[in-house]
Ligand binder design. Structure first.
Ligand code: FA5
Length: 343
């Protein structure tokens, strides 16, 4: 029998492909693809033969080859779509989803009570026109003490037990007051600043923590008096604890203010009648304050003959303890969820 021509073989292949059963699964699909369209597949081998086919056969053979390849590709693609659909359908039928089962409730986080109280206080002061400033927690001796009128060797330095770093000039700031000097030097007067942040002291018991938070505030302008200080603090306290809360100022000493004062609020627990929390005095001490010392102004090249200002600083944990009736400061830092979930 004479050898078949390329055209005859292509016609045979075309008939064979037309009667191929559609593949039953993905393995069969892949086997068909390799058998006909793979690198060494029938279609590829026949297309290589095209080069040596007689010239007059080439147009017919080329057309046949295209029809065979096109037909195969269409058939395989349709099979792939059908198999994928069947697979998904099977999965849907097999999967059992009980819509009556209760869902798992997502856990929601919340602001830490200290962060929430800080935000509330900062909000009250920004509402009165104060701008927010921050300073570094690793501070120089100059900003933490010297520039605040604590000369070297001055006994007032012992009022705040300091964590010194290996370099004697560097320390963990013991209060937010250094931001006073930094902000005065940066902006000059007139100026109203509120400075929240972390501070550190070598101190630990149920009302003292080695790391705690303070908020500093100060205003410098022409003719600022103690009356402005008292009015500002009274407005702040009444917004924080309610309109019936009273404040009183008692003389006190801080090197960077003159005169200096401790500020008490009428007890937020008993309303001033006297209870265990206020030790039956009716008052709670919450912050230090005073008129900015002329030496602090001079350190920032501000002329105390022209400008005057008040400053105050408060411990946030103490304010939060009073606000929420918490009697041990350590609870704020243990991060026990049973405690934190109560806020
Ligand atoms: C100061 O730190 C002054 N810088 C405040 C000030 C600013 C006075 C501006 C005048 C003008 P004092 O050392 O009293 O002051 O601390 C202020 C508050 O920080 C205290 O009333 C207390 O609430 C809080 N505090 C102090 N030490 C601790 C501690 N170890 N743990 C938690 N809170 C503390």
């Amino acid at each position: 029998m004479a050898a078949q021509t390329l055209i005859e073989r292509l016609q045979g292949l075309k008939a064979q492909v037309a009667s191929l059963p559609s593949p039953a699964d993905e393995r069969e699909l892949e086997a068909l693809r390799v058998k006909y369209l793979g690198k060494k597949g029938t279609v590829s081998l026949l297309s290589q033969e095209m080069a040596s086919a007689p010239k007059d056969e080439k147009p017919v053979a080329g057309k046949l080859l295209q029809e065979v390849r096109g037909g195969l590709e269409t058939m395989l693609e349709q099979a792939r779509v059908r198999l994928t659909r069947e697979k998904i359908q099977k999965e849907i039928e097999q999967e059992f989803f009980d819509i009556s089962l209760p869902g798992s409730e997502p856990e929601f986080g919340a602001r830490h009570p200290i962060a929430a109280v800080m935000d509330e206080i900062v909000d009250i002061f920004t509402g009165m026109g104060f701008q927010v400033e921050e300073g570094p927690e690793v501070e120089s001796d100059y900003y933490n003490f010297e520039g605040l009128n604590f000369p070297a060797e001055h006994p007032a330095r012992d009022m705040q037990d300091t964590f010194h770093l290996t370099n004697i000039e560097r320390l963990l700031r013991t209060h937010t007051s250094p931001v006073q000097v930094r902000a005065m030097q940066k902006y000059g007067p007139p100026l109203s600043v509120i400075a929240p942040g972390k501070v550190y002291r070598c101190d630990a018991d149920i009302t003292h923590s080695p790391m705690f938070h303070q908020i500093e505030g100060f205003t410098i302008d022409k003719k600022i008096t103690m009356g402005d200080l008292k009015g500002t603090l009274q407005t702040f306290i009444q917004r924080l604890y309610g309109p019936k809360t009273a404040i009183r100022l008692r003389p006190s000493f801080f090197p960077f203010v003159e005169p200096g004062a401790e500020v008490d609020v009428s007890c937020v627990i008993c309303g001033g009648k006297g209870c265990r929390v206020c030790k039956h005095t009716g008052w709670l001490e919450i912050l230090g304050a005073g008129m900015i010392h002329p030496n602090v102004m001079r350190a920032s090249k501000i002329d105390p003959a022209q400008w005057s200002g008040f400053a105050f600083g408060m411990g946030i944990e103490r304010i939060a303890m009073l606000k929420y009736g918490v009697d041990d400061i350590r609870l704020f830092f243990e991060n026990d969820l049973r405690f934190l979930r109560q806020f």
